[in-house]
Design a protein around this ligand. Structure first.
Ligand SMILES: *Cc1c(COP(=O)(O)O)cnc(C)c1O
Length: 393
């Protein structure tokens, strides 16, 4: 190369998209700590601490709880490929991008997928799920997305685990955009396998996928007649690396483990309930501000961590997001699939969920809309949000 690029100097950004979210300086410091060997006794202690803190955050007693060395999609792939075998039947609930990916992934592995579809932005009720089990009595598992990042829909979880177990099925849950921001109760809900990712509400850089498996899931895996189709994600080997055997399987991303450990510590220091209440308050303030401006929410039950809103009529999506990024350093997400060009997705996840960011994004949006000469209620958004912060409840 004749001219070398300049030294690394990424711009300052406020990450209010569908992930990654802002990473605190405490976690960045943890990332920059000296790398040690992945079989060093000190590192093994860190792995144990990560596992026990993950259990707290997942609200589970599951022994088999660890972090897969890759992003959230690998968490999904790890669970699907370990719990199900070629020829097994699975019901997949699809009301957005990520349910669709789960179905695609499972069918590539020879799993017989029965799709249960709902309109984008809507959630599933128990009657629909019960009906699906009646139609497919042989289903070995049902997969559902708790927090559908493509639509901002928050799936209610009560009763689904019971329904699955009564039908001899395991419950698989995607909690990528909920874990650490919205209550996730693995044991209370009867979830058999759940995956998440570090870069959403855990506020770490991307790179690890926390997963947890119930005893029922372990029994299903123990009864397999074929090997897991993925070598890298085969839990029967990965668990020996994270467990007492400590046998080498792959080289864990040491510094990412430091970062996840620090992120989990930050979460438990804040307290799960306090943290969820913070996400709730900032969501309510943002929502009050947006609705006062005349902007509406798309999903039936909105997540507090991801706000999916309709782009006001006449607004140029790309120009507005460019204005936010260039003038304010704010990243928000565009719409996916049927919402492309119609929706914006404003993430308030983990470190990004703050009063400062809510006030900032409302002001920036007002500025972006004003420049486009579209009619909206000017000057009322930030005041409506402020009113939520000013009230005591
Ligand atoms: C982001 C996301 C994923 C995928 O995670 P990656 O870390 O991007 O691989 C899966 N499911 C949901 C709901 C997500 O929001």
């Amino acid at each position: 190369m004749s001219v070398l690029p300049a030294p690394l100097n990424p711009p300052d950004r406020v990450l209010l998209g569908p992930g990654p979210s802002d990473v605190s300086s405490r976690i960045l410091r943890a990332l920059s700590a000296p790398t040690i060997g992945h079989l060093d006794p000190h590192y093994l202690e860190l792995m144990d601490e990560v596992r026990s803190m993950l259990r707290e955050v997942f609200r589970t007693e599951n022994e088999l709880t660890l972090a897969v060395s890759a992003t959230g999609m690998a968490g999904m792939e790890c669970i699907i490929s370990n719990l199900l075998e070629c020829g097994d039947e699975m019901i997949v609930c699809i009301n957005g991008v990520f349910g669709g990916r789960m179905a695609d992934m499972a069918s590539r592995q020879g799993i017989v997928v029965h799709k249960l579809e709902a309109e984008w932005g809507r959630v599933f009720d128990l009657a629909q799920i019960e009906e699906a089990f009646k139609r497919h009595p042989g289903a070995k598992a049902i997969g559902i997305v708790h927090a559908e990042t493509s639509t901002g829909a928050h799936q209610p979880m009560d009763g689904i685990g019971e329904l699955a177990h009564r039908n001899g099925s395991l419950l698989i849950v995607d909690a990528v955009t909920s874990l650490g921001g919205v209550d996730v109760r693995i044991d209370d809900w009867g979830v058999d396998a759940c995956y998440s990712a570090t870069q959403k509400c855990l506020s770490c850089p991307p790179g690890l996928a926390p997963v947890t498996f119930s005893k029922r899931a372990e029994e299903k895996m123990a009864g397999r007649t074929s090997k897991c189709v993925s070598w890298y994600l085969d839990v029967s080997m990965v668990r020996d690396y994270w467990g007492s055997a400590r046998s080498y399987h792959h080289t864990a991303p040491i510094n990412m483990t430091y970062a996840l450990r620090e992120a989990l510590l930050i979460i438990l220091e804040e307290g799960l309930d306090v943290r969820f209440a913070r996400h709730e308050r900032n969501h309510r303030a943002l929502r009050a501000g947006l609705e006062a401006m005349g902007v509406s929410y798309i999903p039936q039950h909105s997540l507090t961590t991801l706000n999916c809103i309709g782009i006001p009529d006449g607004v140029d999506d790309v120009v507005a997001r460019k204005h936010l990024l260039e003038q304010y350093g704010i990243e928000i997400g565009s719409g996916l699939g049927p919402f492309k060009g119609r929706a914006w997705r404003i993430g308030l996840m983990g470190e990004s969920s703050s009063e400062r960011n809510v006030m900032l994004v409302l002001s920036a949006l007002e500025s972006a809309l004003t420049r486009q000469n579209v009619s909206f209620k000017e000057g009322v958004g930030p005041a409506a949000a402020q009113a939520v912060y000013g009230s005591r409840d």
